[in-house]
Unconditional design. Structure first.
Lengths: 171, 407
């Protein structure tokens, strides 16, 4: 067992436990903090895969922006931050079944991959992965269209938010 | 294995010596790497924490100067041992966890606060040979570590189960979420100018000319948003003592409060370091002086580290200068200043830098520098004119209002 595998297993346990705590804990803030832990674990997985950019962006976007806004919204809107009442509905078993089916499907797909046992390729010293990613995002033969579509989508969301917050009041 | 070898590349020298020693003891190669990394992290953290103890003294002495006092002067020469006495006091104080506090979150928060700052030192290059790691996403890493700092403040404020603490945490989030935007935008400007996100690359790109001269506006915006990120005056609404007693850390006592205090000081100094790296050439930036044989000693790692610390100290001093001379800003003014002024201005500067960087690429170095500098001056003058016109218009409308009320 290599160091990579040990770290992967530890992080995997951390992610699974935190994800489980997100849905089982009764305090909303605790749920948000466990979510932060799970997202941080995913960032570590990216770092193990030598995707440094994705790891850092995961922390900036998911922890720095989304999780903090979650917590902010919860703190602003709830007086009592404890969830009362039952945590499950009567049809919880359908959700559990679906979840198990999806998990089984994913495991099946991954096991049947021809190169499932392959270790991560070592990136040669001279290659700047970040520069390659940046060029791919803006070059016409690669991902410029999805990139621009995503930007327009975000811009539309931004304009919509400004409209709802500002001009919507007058009508 | 000579003194010269140590002086020219201290980290590698020690690492090679230790590797030889451990191999002799029969350790495997993988284990040696792990041990070396652990020792490296330990040495870095100890260095940073020792520096932090010194910063307590520096901060107290400087604020005393600004306020025409003497500052600590009883214990040791010039009060130098005062911080040690402070630490002993903090450690032996009673450790109080308020009733109704969320114990685990309450205790994690100060650790996370210190962690977010210390982790920044992993990427700060003390010299070309002394640095933690040369990440190719270092500039984004700076933003990510700041996010953890915000999280620690929210956790501390919420877990204290205290209204003042919670209000302080709210203000801090509003502050950090908004000032992060101009900061990230201005962080892109050194990246454009240096054509890399690695801090070593950015430092080396400034060996001829500091980015603070190529883009002074970017530096000013970064400086302002750094002060806001630190939650220091004039943006210290997070711990406005006249309104919130002490803000998010009001329930903390003893060394837990000490961690928040220490990490705040260290954070300010660290941002001084980042200002030095991103805009003032870091450990280098001697305008090509080090290429002359008479000044070749400037490339020595220890000299470089001293230069870096001096520049970082200057940045830290400038942050303190602002902190102790400015009154606190009102919260709506703070947000309006960010969204209506800093964000548009930083975007204009970014677009200007990106376009000029390509247009002026063919010119000789002095033409490039002059073009960049002049474009910044023009943007600055236009901004001031717009602000002046706005102020005049507002003044006039107020006057007419007053006139109407009098009639």
């Amino acid at each position: 067992m290599t160091a990579d595998k040990i770290i992967f297993l530890l992080i995997g346990v951390l992610i699974l436990v935190s994800a489980l705590m997100v849905v089982t804990t009764r305090k909303l803030i605790h749920a948000a903090l466990w979510l932060v832990a799970a997202l941080f674990g995913v960032a570590v997985l990216y770092a193990i895969l030598q995707a440094g950019f994705l790891a850092v962006v995961q922390v900036v976007v998911y922890i720095g922006a989304i999780a903090i806004l979650f917590i902010f919204a919860v703190m602003l809107t709830r007086r009592d931050m404890r969830d009362q009442g039952p945590q499950t509905r009567s049809n919880w078993w359908i959700a559990a079944l679906l979840g198990l089916l999806i998990l089984a499907g994913l495991v099946f797909l991954i096991i049947n991959q021809p190169d499932v046992e392959r270790t991560a390729a070592v990136i040669p010293a001279g290659v700047d992965t970040l520069r390659n990613l940046g060029t791919a995002l803006v070059s016409p033969d690669a991902y410029v269209l999805p990139f621009e579509v995503a930007s327009v989508l975000l811009l539309a969301a931004l304009v919509g938010a400004v409209y709802i917050a500002g001009f919507g009041k007058k009508s | 294995m000579t003194l010269a070898g140590f002086l020219n590349d201290p980290i590698n020298f020690v690492a090679q010596w230790l590797t030889g020693l451990l191999t002799g003891w029969g350790f495997s190669n993988g284990l040696i790497t792990v041990i070396l990394y652990f020792i490296g992290i330990l040495v870095l953290v100890v260095f940073v924490m020792l520096l932090d103890i010194g910063l307590v003294w520096v901060e107290r002495k400087v604020v005393a100067r600004f306020q025409d006092r003497l500052g600590p002067n009883r214990i040791g020469p010039f009060g130098l041992i005062q911080p040690i006495a402070d630490i002993i006091k903090l450690v032996i104080k009673e450790d109080i966890t308020p009733a109704g506090a969320d114990k685990v979150v309450f205790n994690i928060a100060p650790v996370l606060a210190a962690m977010s700052v210390i982790s920044l030192w992993a990427i700060l290059p003390l010299s070309s040979k002394i640095f933690g790691v040369d990440l190719n996403v270092a500039v984004l890493y700076l933003v990510a570590a700041g996010a953890l700092g915000t999280l620690s403040i929210i956790m501390g404020g919420w877990a204290s189960n205290n209204k003042y603490a919670l209000l302080g945490a709210f203000r801090m989030v509003a502050n950090m979420v908004s000032y992060e935007i101009p900061m990230v935008v201005t962080l892109l400007i050194p990246v454009i100018l240096a054509d890399t996100m690695s801090v070593q690359g950015i430092t080396q790109a400034q060996s001829g000319m500091w980015f603070a001269i190529l883009s002074p506006l970017a530096f000013v915006i970064f400086f302002i948003s750094a002060i806001a990120e630190l939650g220091r005056s004039p943006f210290d609404l997070v711990e406005a003592e006249s309104e919130l007693t002490a803000g998010f850390n009001v329930e903390y006592s003893g060394m837990k409060f000490g961690w928040f205090y220490a990490s705040e000081l260290l954070h300010a100094f660290t941002f001084g370091g980042f200002m030095a790296v991103l805009f003032f050439g870091g450990y280098g930036g001697f305008f090509g002086l080090e290429k002359l044989s008479a000044f070749h000693w400037l490339t020595n790692p220890f000299i470089q580290a001293a230069v870096f610390i001096a520049k970082a100290m200057f940045g830290y001093w400038a942050i303190m200068w602002v902190k102790y001379s400015m009154p606190r800003i009102r919260i709506d003014h703070m947000l309006a200043f960010n969204w209506k002024f800093l964000v548009p201005l930083s975007l204009v500067v970014l677009v200007n830098t990106a376009i000029l960087n390509k247009l002026l690429a063919g010119l000789p170095a002095w033409g490039y520098t002059l073009g960049m500098f002049l474009s910044n001056v023009i943007i600055g003058v236009v901004t001031i004119e717009i602000l002046r016109a706005y102020g005049r218009r507002q003044h006039k409308s107020e006057q007419t209002l007053a006139q109407a009320m009098r009639n």
